[in-house]
Design a protein around this ligand. Structure first.
Ligand SMILES: *[C@@H]1O[C@H](CO)[C@@H](O)[C@H](O)[C@H]1NC(C)=O
Ligand SMILES: *[C@@H]1O[C@H](CO)[C@@H](O)[C@H](O)[C@H]1NC(C)=O
Ligand SMILES: *[C@@H]1O[C@H](CO)[C@@H](O)[C@H](O)[C@H]1NC(C)=O
Ligand SMILES: *[C@@H]1O[C@H](CO)[C@@H](O)[C@H](O)[C@H]1NC(C)=O
Length: 649
């Protein structure tokens, strides 16, 4: 009753204010309103006087509204305002925003020192700007004006997150009901018409249940043929904005190949509006399981809802189903760097009846390629709130670093860096050495010297070993030798090694071979390891693996989900990714565990353990278990490791 009353108020208020606001909005959108299809778009949903009407500065660009001088450090630093002290009964942040903020605070980018920050994130929840929603925060303007003005600074360098804008009946207002000033808005359901290209971020719509960090789900196989060609299961609006497309889906319905299952049930007033098809539709609808349907479909329709964005977009990718987007003008998530046509299909809403024909026109090999791309995209950028938040920060950072290396720049995953087929992948060897000077290092270098394709050798030199031999070529004519000093013989400074390689264009995408002067592998065994790597460059290839479970680590198992870096090969791109993924302290104290977790989480693949040597006693399994326990604390759904048979070959 209360809600209805509010609707009634709202509608009558819109009629009164709508006309008054039109002029102002046209000006703000720079006259780009012309030719827009729906009359609803001209209305305004905020009939309450005194509400800030600005979207933020509509002319903002990185050049005009962003302060680059705050971002001169070589690492991104992000400040998150402390949570406000809440009085009893006061609203807390939504689940979605709580996860966004938590993942940034626990990320390698977080700083509690605002004066060294490049980006700023509010602790005020701005994700849900639908006035009739329970998560709507009423007094955002007041909360912002109570922030220290030297930090807020008119919104400069702030990132404001938004999942929902506008409200019933037209959901048209894209302003958030408060002045975002010079802040960058990361918004789901963004329309290309009002988007400040190159400044705002198109953000994915995700459920509040979306995990803060993901685990690895059962490995489903992607097929090039499915029992179902196209499907849809969802609400059909019997009235109002967004209803047209969904309302015509029944023309496409075929229970075997193209089931279109809609229900009229939504809100509590649907019965008042129901049409003659509702009852039959509702029955059919209840017979199908949403997820089973998606998993068995080649294409999944993701029509616009009341707003342009749809949860289905990510759900389809997760299920290995190719999304068919029916939402004109919707800015697909992170389209600034993601090549969506390789993983999704867009059909103009007016062509909805052609969907089945369009879907039939894809070849099986194209289908498989698109599904694989979709799954990689999902796991690289969308599978958890953390991945989504990090991708947003990475995206902004990559705009500031056009000349510096950025993992996002044209790379979906590190192992996708391609080489001209004429040039073999370069090899960089990292040799760990013991505490004291002895002849082992020379022997290791002689072994490595026989391996084909070695371009550079990095020697880790513990301080206890004395001064390093500057400029020595150690008999390796033509191979560059770099010495990296470490504190401890067990130190493996992965971040520094990654930076060293990334600095040299010709070494990007190389195979990094970890070797130790205690390793017993011969040149032949090393070459074998490298040849396995050339087949599986997306995995961590090692001679030593263990199986980790909640009960601890074991090296007696014939399965392995963690590879040790004693004699191992990895794509150098993964080393540059590590600092985006885990805090530096974890990477440096737990290199094997960190790298194994990163690689299986991004590639969905187990490590490749090729020889299966038994571990020697001195390798500290207890410490490795500590490390894995520490990392798994970050993953409420389980540490994302994948196990595979150890292959003796
Ligand atoms: C905060 O950062 C500034 C600028 O880098 C620095 O001068 C200051 O010492 C830092 N303050 C604290 C408490 O670390
Ligand atoms: C759909 O998928 C489920 C689980 O993946 C499977 O059990 C079922 O047989 C499939 N249905 C059809 C019609 O293939
Ligand atoms: C070096 O290793 C020893 C044990 O091997 C440890 O106690 C010490 O804290 C380490 N030092 C550093 C700086 O990591
Ligand atoms: C063992 O791992 C912990 C991290 O859990 C690290 O802080 C510590 O330095 C490691 N100890 C040794 C002896 O390597």
């Amino acid at each position: 009753m209360k809600t209805r009353w509010r609707y009634a108020l709202l509608v009558s208020a819109i009629l009164i204010y709508g006309g008054m606001m039109m002029k102002g909005r046209e000006w703000m959108r720079g006259g780009r309103e012309e030719g827009r299809p729906s009359a609803f778009d001209e209305m305004d949903d905020t009939p309450v006087p005194n509400v800030q009407r600005k979207i933020g500065d509509s002319r903002c660009s990185m050049a005009s509204c962003f302060d680059f001088t705050k971002c001169e450090a070589d690492r991104l630093k992000v400040y998150v305002y402390p949570d406000a002290v809440r009085t009893e009964g006061e609203q807390t942040s939504s689940e979605a925003y709580t996860k966004i903020v938590q993942s940034i605070r626990e990320s390698p980018f977080y700083t509690s020192n605002a004066s060294e920050a490049c980006l700023f994130v509010l602790s005020i929840d701005t994700t849900d700007r639908d006035k009739i929603s329970e998560n709507y925060v009423r007094d955002v303007s007041a909360l912002i004006s109570s922030l220290p003005s030297e930090i807020w600074n008119g919104g400069t360098n702030h990132v404001i997150f938004n999942l929902y804008h506008g409200t019933f009946p037209d959901y048209a207002a894209e302003h958030l009901g408060f002045d975002t000033g010079r802040a960058i808005v990361a918004r789901a359901s963004a329309s290309a018409q009002n988007f400040r290209h190159g400044f705002d971020v198109s953000f994915p719509l995700f459920h509040k249940e979306h995990p803060i960090r993901d685990s690895i789900e059962r490995a489903f196989t992607l097929r090039d043929r499915d029992p179902i060609l196209v499907s849809f299961k969802g609400k059909r609006y019997v009235y109002g904005i967004g209803s047209e497309t969904r309302d015509s889906l029944h023309h496409l319905h075929n229970p075997e190949r193209t089931p279109m299952l809609t229900t009229c049930r939504h809100n509590n007033d649907w019965q008042a509006h129901q049409d003659e098809r509702c009852e039959r539709d509702n029955e059919e609808y209840d017979r199908w399981d949403y997820e089973t349907l998606m998993v068995n479909s080649t294409f999944c329709l993701t029509p616009r809802g009341r707003r342009l964005g749809s949860f289905r977009f990510l759900e389809s990718l997760r299920a290995g189903c190719i999304p068919i987007v029916l939402s004109d003008d919707w800015k697909l998530p992170f389209d600034e760097f993601i090549d969506w046509p390789a993983a999704a299909v867009r059909v103009p809403e007016k062509n909805v009846l052609l969907v089945n024909d369009i879907a039939s026109s894809f070849s099986p090999s194209k289908i498989l390629k698109m599904k694989q791309r979709g799954r990689l995209l999902y796991h690289r950028y969308f599978a958890s709130v953390e991945k989504i938040a990090m991708a947003t920060l990475e995206l902004i950072w990559s705009r500031l670093n056009l000349n510096r290396f950025s993992p996002l720049s044209n790379q979906l995953l590190p192992f996708e860096t391609t080489f001209k087929s004429s040039s073999p992948r370069p090899i960089v060897v990292v040799i760990s050495t013991g505490d004291r000077l002895n002849s082992r290092l020379q022997r290791a270098i002689e072994t490595i010297g026989k391996v084909q394709g070695v371009r550079e050798i990095i020697i880790l030199w513990p301080s206890t070993r004395g001064s390093p031999p500057i400029g020595a070529d150690m008999g390796m004519n033509g191979v560059e030798i770099t010495i990296v000093e470490t504190e401890n013989q067990s130190d493996l400074p992965l971040e520094e090694i990654g930076r060293l390689i990334e600095k040299k264009n010709e070494l990007r995408g190389s195979a990094v071979l970890f070797y130790s002067d205690r390793s017993s592998e011969s040149e032949k065994e090393i070459s074998h390891l490298l040849s396995v790597f050339s087949q599986l460059p997306h995995t961590l290839v090692s001679n030593h693996g263990i199986e980790y479970s909640v009960n601890g680590a074991s090296h007696s198992s014939t399965f392995a989900n963690v590879a040790l870096l004693h004699t191992a090969v990895v794509h150098s791109g993964y080393l540059s990714f590590l600092p985006l993924f885990l805090p530096s302290s974890l990477i440096s104290s737990c290199p094997s565990a960190s790298l194994s977790t990163l690689i299986s989480s991004l590639s969905l693949s187990p490590p490749s353990i090729v020889v299966g040597h038994r571990l020697e006693q001195q390798w500290n399994l207890i410490n490795l278990t500590d490390c894995l326990n520490l990392i798994s604390k970050r993953y409420p759904l389980g540490i994302p490791l994948v196990a595979n048979n150890v292959v003796f070959q």
